[in-house]
Design a protein around this ligand. Structure first.
Ligand code: FNR
Length: 197
């Protein structure tokens, strides 16, 4: 990451639904972030279910996903909540990213998890379930602030921008903290490399 450009963030949205509220959340967040973060969606709809045999002729969607993650400064998981857990779309993408063995595209990436649902705890359970997987894949997960909330249509306007002031302030603070988290993680990595070298 250069000191002048804003960090690039590979965004994995765990819903394939056209009208996904989690995709709407990403659009609102991108507008709010402006030039502080470059949110780059990663296409997950073409990923086949994980199958080791497919590495004989790797699917283009898998290679494209891994390339986008490897090139990014950070990763953002945006998960719906399915039966108190995260979506299988995200699990599948993470599994592909960890293979072939020794070529884990997630390694040392600063990461965050966010999500929304119409339910009372707004994906908190899904996010908790995902935290273990993200850390076992060696990502550097931001713990705070957590970003989950109960989706209500009137929090956003017809253009998909945040219209509720408290929500806007909350999302704005999250953008600032994630930007700092990415910078701090990059500094720590540079220091560690200097110590080792
Ligand atoms: C759900 N939903 C849901 N919501 C929640 O808050 N907690 C839950 O455990 C579940 N479980 C669940 C299981 C399955 C299989 C589905 C399809 C849905 C509702 C879910 O939050 C809602 O459909 C959201 O709109 C899904 O997010 P997207 O697709 O709109 O981004």
């Amino acid at each position: 990451m250069s000191s002048t450009s804003s960090p690039t963030v590979a965004v994995l949205i765990g819903s394939l639904r056209r009208d996904s509220i989690n995709r709407k959340l990403v659009h609102a967040l991108a507008a709010l972030a402006g030039d502080r973060l470059q949110l780059l969606p990663v296409a997950l709809d073409e990923l086949p279910m994980y199958n080791d045999d497919l590495w004989a002729d790797p699917p283009a969607a898998v290679l494209a996903m891994k390339a986008r993650v490897e090139a990014a400064d950070a990763v953002l998981f945006v998960t719906p909540e399915y039966n108190r857990s995260f979506s299988p779309v995200i699990k599948n993408a993470i599994d592909w990213g960890t293979r072939p063995y020794g070529q884990n595209c997630w390694e040392a990436k600063p990461a965050a998890i966010i999500g929304t649902s119409p339910g009372a705890i707004g994906t908190a359970a899904a996010q908790n379930a995902l935290k273990g997987l993200v850390t076992v894949c060696d990502m550097v997960l931001m713990g705070q602030p957590e970003l989950y909330f109960t989706w209500k249509p009137d929090l956003f306007d017809a253009q998909g921008q945040v219209s509720d002031e408290r929500t806007r302030v909350f999302l704005d603070k999250w953008v600032a903290r994630f930007s700092q988290w990415i910078a701090r993680t990059a500094e720590a990595r540079t220091d560690a490399q200097a110590d080792a070298g």
